[in-house]
Design a binder for this molecule. Structure first.
Ligand SMILES: N=CN[C@@H](CCC(=O)O)C(=O)O
Ligand SMILES: [Zn+2]
Length: 411
């Protein structure tokens, strides 16, 4: 079954050959074909070019994209979309002057979500998460990483990871799972953090790895959560069981977590709102992808990741949503792109590269997702009629998506 999309105003992110990631000055280059066609066979991209080169307009389905922009779907490499209930009361508390830290210190925050999740049945958790996943797919996300971390007991962490597995079975988009058992220290371990780290290392990691419920291991490396020693121990235990490190780091404090990530071959280091020059130097000598989460900065009113500084230092950058109930109750990658351009001063080209090819790298799926390349999955966004692709981040807050195709099928 072939699908031919014709008269595309601008076909974005066209790469003849797969490139794993884009760094520094190259991020300003977004390859485009104007007045283009795109040919899809079943679920795979098989051809593209200008309309002048589209000699035979023959296919099982032909779609006229006059006035429309076509681009690869977003690759959202950092989310926590499996959660129970919401935390709008904490949002109101913050408006009234409490900080994210104040709320966590009085037992709210991640512990609040963990309590809700522990009391929620697996089926209910699945339904709540599936609703969110459906929404983000319609907003153009075609590959997504999902973390555990609101369980904080072995049973509840496994429940979250089984829900992710069920989402993988029932949804067409690409999903990768991450074990984030070290997300917060549970109440029962308040005075025995080491005991909780022991539990993660000795029980949770081996069980999750044995049951093949996760590909990545993550840690919230932050003051009041897990320190450098905990982080290194957990990453090493994960690696010994075949899990690949990815960490939450430098969200509120910079104290060497990036170096621990890089030394442990982390695929990505995420957040980086607080970054010093030595962190940038460490990243320069690595294959680790820095990931910025601008919707989190927006929602919590914390600093934005210094994306300009990272890119100007020759580094790559990925953008992700961080969709979660506490710091980012939104998985809208279109908003992420706009916010990155508006608040972090990166160009539309840099932002689109960061949310497609580099996002795919940060979740280890770049070989099949993230660009318009022959042989990659036909996961594409077709916009409504818009003047140019820069209109996408510019006209923030409106939905510019006409249709989303995942694996060659419109959803
Ligand atoms: N910072 C750590 N974890 C999440 C927020 C968790 C929460 O507040 O529920 C994040 O990435 O922002
Ligand atoms: Zn996160």
């Amino acid at each position: 079954m072939t699908t031919l999309i014709i008269n595309i105003k601008e076909l974005l992110q066209v790469r003849e050959n797969h490139i794993p990631k884009i760094s520094g000055r190259d991020m300003k280059q977004l390859p485009i074909i104007k007045d283009a066609y795109l040919l899809i066979d079943d679920d795979t991209i098989v051809g593209f070019g200008t309309m002048a080169d589209c000699k035979k307009i023959e296919a099982d389905t032909i779609i006229d994209a006059t006035g429309k922009v076509v681009l690869p779907t977003w690759c959202d490499s950092h989310t926590h979309i499996v959660y129970a209930g919401n935390r709008e009361q904490e949002f109101v508390d913050r408006i009234n002057g409490f900080s994210y830290e104040d709320i966590a210190n009085r037992g709210g925050g991640i512990l609040n979500s963990a309590e809700k999740l522990q009391q929620t049945s697996e089926d209910d958790l699945y339904e709540q998460s599936a609703n969110r996943l459906q929404q983000v797919m319609q907003l153009g996300t075609g590959a997504i990483e999902i973390k555990s971390g609101y369980g904080l007991t072995i049973e509840a962490e496994l429940k979250m990871l089984r829900v992710i597995k069920r989402l993988k079975q029932n949804f067409p988009l690409k999903i990768e799972a991450t074990l984030l058992a070290a997300h917060a220290v549970p109440k029962e371990f308040k005075d025995n953090k080491e005991g909780f780290v022991d539990l993660i290392v000795n029980d949770m990691i081996p069980t999750v790895a044995n049951e093949q419920l996760a590909k990545y291991i993550d840690v919230f490396c932050e003051k009041g959560y897990f320190d450098l020693i905990d982080t290194e121990r957990i990453l090493k235990a994960g690696t010994a069981h075949g899990l690949i490190p990815k960490i939450h780091v430098n969200q509120f404090n910079a104290f060497g977590g990036i170096e621990i990530g890089v030394n442990n071959q982390a695929l990505s280091v995420d957040h980086l709102e607080v970054l010093n020059d030595s962190d940038i130097e460490v990243l320069k000598n690595s294959e680790t992808m820095p990931v910025a989460l601008p919707s989190c900065s927006y929602f919590l009113s914390i600093p934005y990741t210094p994306a300009r500084k990272l890119i100007d230092a020759g580094l790559p950058l990925a953008l992700a949503s961080d969709y979660n109930p506490g710091s980012t109750p939104s998985g809208n990658m279109n908003f992420v792109i706009s916010t990155a351009c508006i608040k972090m001063r990166i160009t539309p080209e840099e932002a689109i590269n960061a949310a497609t090819i580099n996002g795919a790298y940060a979740m280890g799926v770049g070989n099949m997702y993230g660009s318009i390349t022959r042989g990659k999955k036909a996961n594409i966004i077709i916009t409504k009629d818009i003047p140019s692709y820069a209109f996408l981040p510019y006209a923030f807050g409106s939905n510019h998506i006409y249709k989303v195709m995942i694996n060659g099928q419109f959803i």
